[in-house]
Write a protein that binds this ligand. Structure first.
Ligand code: 4AD
Ligand code: MG
Length: 431
């Protein structure tokens, strides 16, 4: 019996005979030699079957293999400088598990809708695999960043009785006889958790019933939401730039192959190191107007505005101090200029748009009560949130990083639909 191993581990078995469970990715043959491109999810390796060196059964089985057929292959690992992985497998035998017939995704070009309909199979392709590996690396880096800096992971609820980021894009459902909504953000609960544990972060799915069909919007997306007691806007921004730099550094260190598969321009990512540039909303408006954009003070930025601003920089840029009127009810006004709030959006370079929204929160109980009246929020539904300002209120801040937009930027993708295994889009819930 030969040793069972994965393709990722083959370097440990040079000169030895191993068995690998795998799928046939591709194949070519030159009469007396068959070259099998094999994949097992952990990597790719070329298996070489030589007619004169294997049994007639193995030769024939290798010949029957079609794209995505499943098999156990046994052979000897050899170092091979010419091959992409650095190793090759000299095949001694093949055990077919299943011969696949008419695999729907062939090496030819397919349309996006077709690929989306076959997303469950599309994720087997090298590009999609690379994206999902990088997504997993980013999640790992996120957790490592916070877990080693005194933050505690806290899980806010998914089913909520009220909204966090405004009522227009809530998913409504029933909670037995009551109304309930899928969470848009765990933030309000994280504020409660920060008062209990000091520094906390959450990582979970969030839902926005947005009728936007853009390359940046998903209906279901994953958000990382840190919340920190005794932290002001300035410290909040410093943590954000270190956080994003750490994510990029981790991907560069651990996902080189995947970035190569995606043909990502790595030099662009290598420039992403804290500190990041900052401009105020006022400066951003002035700049946009000077560039011919017809946008008055007080209006929110759309994708073209964000892109125009980001183009000036090679790193993500913070836009700070937005007008109070266009931001969420919980953001703390600037004490020297209450018409703007102590907030910042982080805009990624290369046109990827806003990846982080964050702010210092209102800590004054009276001002919070006023905001409730202005925004027509139900004091009954939010009594618990008002309690946080009543019992030992403190300055505190937090932010939310959108995972999928970050993956799109890091991977250099045109659209967020490829950044999540099974995207939920305006017109798609299948598969
Ligand atoms: O700016 P947003 O709406 O902020 C919040 O939800 C705050 N409560 C966060 C906080 O302070 N704790 O969303 C934060 C980020 C955005 O910057 C963006 O990256 C991402 O979440 N995001 C989306 N990503 C994909 N699809 C959508 N529909 C998204 N909406 C927001
Ligand atoms: Mg935002």
């Amino acid at each position: 019996m030969s040793t069972k191993c994965t393709i990722r581990e083959v370097s440990k078995y040079v000169g030895e005979e191993v068995t690998i469970g795998c799928w046939l990715h591709n194949k070519r043959s030159s009469g007396k030699i068959q070259f099998l491109q094999l994949r097992d999810g952990t990597g790719y390796i070329q298996g070489v079957a030589v007619k004169n060196e294997v049994s007639p059964e193995t030769w024939e089985d290798a010949g029957r293999l079609t794209q995505e057929s499943s098999l156990y292959v046994t052979g000897t690992i050899r170092e091979d400088a010419r091959s992409q992985s650095g190793y090759e497998l000299t095949i001694t035998s093949v055990e077919v598990i299943q011969i696949t017939e008419e695999y729907p995704i062939t090496p030819k070009e397919h349309g996006v809708d077709y690929l989306m309909d076959h997303r469950h199979l599309w994720i087997r392709s090298p590009r999609q695999r690379a994206i999902l590996v990088i997504r997993a690396e980013i999640i790992r880096a996120v957790q490592q960043f916070f877990d080693t800096r005194g933050f505690h992971l806290v899980d806010p609820p998914i089913l909520t009785p009220s909204s966090c980021e405004g009522t227009t894009n809530l998913f409504h459902t029933k909670y037995f006889d009551e109304d309930a909504f899928l969470t848009q953000s765990g933030q309000l609960y994280m504020e409660a958790a920060a008062m209990a544990l000091g520094r906390v972060y959450s990582f979970g799915p969030t839902f926005r019933a947005e009728k936007s069909k853009t390359r940046r919007h998903l209906i279901e997306f994953w958000m990382i939401e840190p919340e920190m007691a005794f932290v002001d806007l300035e410290e909040n921004l410093q943590i954000q730039e270190q956080f994003v730099s750490h994510i990029i550094e981790s991907v560069l260190n651990n996902c080189r192959k995947e970035l190569e598969t995606l043909e990502r321009d790595i030099s662009k990512l290598e420039k992403i190191k804290a500190p990041f540039p900052r401009i105020t909303y006022d400066e951003a408006i002035e700049y946009l107007q000077s560039q011919g954009f017809d946008i008055p003070w007080g209006e929110d930025f759309g994708a073209p505005h964000e892109t125009a601003i980001a183009e000036k920089y090679e790193k993500p840029v913070f836009i700070t101090h937005y007008p109070t009127g266009i931001k969420a009810f919980y953001m703390k006004p600037d004490p020297t200029r209450p018409e703007v709030v102590l907030c910042a959006d982080m805009i990624a370079p290369e046109g990827y748009g806003e990846i982080i929204g964050g702010s210092q929160r209102i800590d004054d109980p009276e001002l919070m009560e006023e905001r409730f009246v202005e925004h027509q929020l139900s004091k009954e539904a939010y009594q618990w949130y008002l309690d946080l300002r009543k019992y030992g209120t403190v300055p505190h801040s937090g932010f939310g990083l959108g995972l999928e937009r970050t993956v799109a930027w890091v991977c250099g993708l045109d659209h967020v639909r490829e950044t999540i295994p099974f995207p939920r889009l305006l017109n798609r819930m299948y598969p």
